[in-house]
Structures are given as structure tokens and as C-alpha cells.
Design a binder for this molecule. Structure first.
Ligand code: RBZ
Ligand code: NIO
Length: 357
């Protein structure tokens, strides 16, 4: 089957949330020993998880984390505080267990996969999933980032990797990334899809100066003028100003949605992958959970566009899936609440409000 047809088939299989199960979950939660609605977003989360999984008592363990790594041709314009070689060096660090995501993944007992979907150099390591589509994107200031075939291939790699995690027992998917220069690419994508200005989309990434940030804004604005990505066409955006790790995350998101598995978004970069996934199929939106709010300012615009409110706001600006991993215990809390709390009846507590008497 061609990559394009396989993607279309997956998109067409994505279903709406199960509203009956959500109603059942809501009714059950209202019988638990607490004032109605008092666990706020945790209650909403539990109800969403019921709608996603078709289960009144949803299961979200084990979590599966996938970190897609790729390079960006645009990084040669000096848009990052770090050199592009850091992408490959960090991949070795992930494989050796020394990165922030390794620490947080271990803490939540997650399955963790590191995928080379487009690093600019050869990386040899037994634990690495070798799925390189291309040795980094082209510099989209001068030419398209990739071909249409490469964009669809990267989506397919993402879908396959998510499926692999599900086959190994993951019941929740966290999408993460590594790619020097990818806040530039994410800003371009966010600006095209949400309609926010490039100025609003661009932040300091790994920590560039304010002066370099201005340069980053003008490089993106120029690139968008040159490439003219089509606002509602995800493949066109990926091909013209996209990134391979972003396409990988988009693929993983659509596969998890098809399989009724909740997806926790991380920061700005993963949320732009979600913007693309939602362009491909609007129903994907219902399967998404915003793990946290990144300090990268475009993230706010991307989340607002998706109408998602983040679980955490910790001032993170790292990526890799770290913020999503940190928020995972809140999903577990929501599912444990439904499963383990006593009801008014079972605990013999009066379920009558004074006011209503
Ligand atoms: C050591 C190191 C580890 C990282 N882990 C994630 N990122 C994050 O920073 C990069 C994006 O920022 P920019 O667009 O400014 O290059 C991505 O690789 C992202 O995952 C890292 C960056 C560095 C330097
Ligand atoms: O929010 C993110 O995903 C992010 C922010 C800065 C650098 N890398 C990633």
C-alpha cells in the first residue's frame, strides 16, 4: 500500500469520542464522596479519557514515549543558540540514559523509544530505531524543506512507531522531539496554521539573544513569503517549511487517535505537530491532552487555536517530551479517582446539600 493511501485509511478510521461512556463516567464521578465538580480539571480529564478509551474506568498505563530526532537545514542561518551537531550528540545521550526525558520516563515507568527520523549524520546504536527519511531537511529559506514523498514517509514512520509502542503495551502516548533549530520550524508552522503573526510565534528557543530573535523573525517571515505554504494543507506545510521529527509526531498522533489512545502533548514543537494532525482530521483534537504550557511564546497561540488548556505551567522550555511526562501522574490520578474512590452510598455519607433542603 502506498504511504499516502495508508495515511488516508488511518485518517478515515478516526472516530468521534464515545459520548455515552462520557455521560456514564460523569454520572459515576458525581456519586463519589466529594462535592460535585470539586476535583475540577481532574474530573474533566477522567471524562475525556472515558470518551477516548470507551471505558468508564479508563486505563492509561503504561505510558509510551517516543522521541523523534531530526535536523533542520534552517539551522545554518544561526537561529539557535546551539550548533546542529547537538542533535546527534543528544541522541547518544538519550540512548545512554542521561537526558531529562530518560529521568522522567523512568519515574513514570514509561516505555521509551528514540527514533532517528532525519538526523544529519549516521548514528550507530543498538537501541536506536533507524528510520531516517533524509539527512536533515533542506534550508527552506532557499528551497522546500523536503519532497511530498519524504513528508508522507515521515508521517508513516510516526504511525508505525506509535503502533509499535501500542503493541508493546502502551495505553497512552507521549510525543517528544530533539532537533536543533526546531523552534524556528515550529514557529513557521504555528504562524501559518493559527494565523498569529511570526512575531507572536517566535520565542528564544534554546536561549538566543533578543537581537538574534529579531533576525529569527525576519528569516521566518522571508521563508514564508518565498515558500507560500497553503494554510489548510498539512502536507504542503510540511513539505515547504516542515521538519521530519514534527511529521513523525504528527503520524504518531493520528495513529494513536485511530486506536483510541490518549495523546499527551509536550511543549511548542509537539503542539505544532498536533496542529498539523488536526488539519488532516479534525476529530484528532478530542484525543489530545495538553501536558503543560511552554515558555516558548508561540505555544500559547497553538494551544489557544486547539482550544486546549494545559495541565501544568512550570516555566519549562525544553521539549523531548519532558512536560508531558511530568503531567502523566495527573492522568493516573484521574483514572484512580474513578476506580478507587468510595461513593456516598458505599461510605454511608449523606449526599444531600443543606442548601437544597
Ligand atoms: C543540550 C540540549 C538538549 C535539548 N533537548 C531538547 N532541546 C530542545 O531545543 C531545541 C530547539 O531549540 P532551538 O530552536 O533554539 O534550537 C530542540 O532540539 C528541542 O528539543 C534541547 C536543546 C539543547 C541545546
Ligand atoms: O516548548 C518546547 O517544545 C520547546 C521549547 C524550547 C526549546 N525546545 C522545545
Amino acid at each position: 500500500m502506498s504511504a499516502y493511501i495508508e495515511i488516508q485509511k488511518t485518517l478515515q478510521s478516526i472516530q468521534a469520542l464515545n459520548h455515552e461512556k462520557m455521560e456514564e463516567a460523569r454520572e459515576h464521578i458525581n456519586t463519589l464522596t466529594k462535592p460535585v465538580g470539586s476535583l475540577g480539571k481532574i474530573e474533566e480529564l477522567a471524562i475525556q479519557l472515558s470518551g477516548i478509551t470507551n471505558q468508564v474506568y479508563p486505563v492509561v498505563t503504561r505510558p509510551g514515549i517516543v522521541v523523534f530526532a531530526a535536523d533542520h537545514g534552517i539551522s545554518e542561518m544561526g537561529v539557535s543558540a546551539y550548533p546542529k551537531e547537538v542533535t546527534a550528540q543528544m541522541v547518544y545521550n538519550f540512548l545512554d540514559g542521561g537526558a531529562a526525558i530518560n529521568v522522567f520516563a523512568k519515574q513514570i515507568n514509561a516505555l521509551l523509544k528514540i527514533v532517528d527520523i532525519g538526523v544529519a549524520e549516521e548514528i550507530n546504536h543498538e537501541q536506536l530505531l533507524h528510520k531516517k527519511v533524509k539527512y536533515g531537511t533542506n534550508n527552506y529559506l532557499y528551497e522546500n524543506a523536503m519532497t511530498e514523498a519524504e513528508a508522507t514517509q515521515a508521517l508513516l514512520v510516526g504511525m508505525e512507531t506509535a503502533q509499535q509502542l501500542l503493541d508493546e503495551g502502551a495505553r497512552c502516548i507521549i510525543v517528544g522531539e530533539m532537533g536543533i533549530g526546531n523552534t524556528t520550524t515550529a514557529s513557521a508552522i504555528a504562524s501559518v496554521i493559527t494565523g498569529c503573526s511570526v512575531e507572536e510565534a517566535v520565542g528564544l528557543g534554546t536561549g538566543i539573544s533578543n537581537e538574534n530573535r529579531k533576525e529569527k523573525v525576519s528569516i521566518i517571515a522571508k521563508a514564508l513569503e518565498e515558500r507560500k505554504p497553503i494554510r489548510n494543507d498539512a502536507i504542503d506545510i510540511l513539505m515547504k517549511v516542515g521538519g521530519l521529527e514534527i511529521a513523525g509526531m504528527t503520524g504518531a498522533i493520528i495513529k494513536a487517535s485511530e486506536k483510541r489512545i490518549p495523546i499527551i502533548l509536550d511543549g511548542f514543537i509537539s503542539t505544532t505537530a498536533a496542529l498539523l494532525a488536526v488539519l488532516l482530521e479534525e476529530k484528532v483534537k478530542d484525543y489530545l491532552i495538553a501536558g503543560h504550557l511552554s515558555k516558548e511564546q508561540g505555544h500559547y497561540h497553538a494551544l489557544t487555536f486547539l482550544n486546549k488548556s494545559p495541565l501544568l505551567d512550570l516555566g519549562l522550555r525544553l521539549g523531548e517530551g519532558t512536560g508531558a511526562a511530568l503531567s502523566f501522574p495527573l492522568l493516573e490520578a484521574a483514572t484512580n479517582m474513578v476506580k478507587e474512590m468510595a461513593t456516598f452510598q458505599s461510605a454511608g455519607i449523606a449526599n444531600e446539600r443543606q442548601e437544597d433542603k
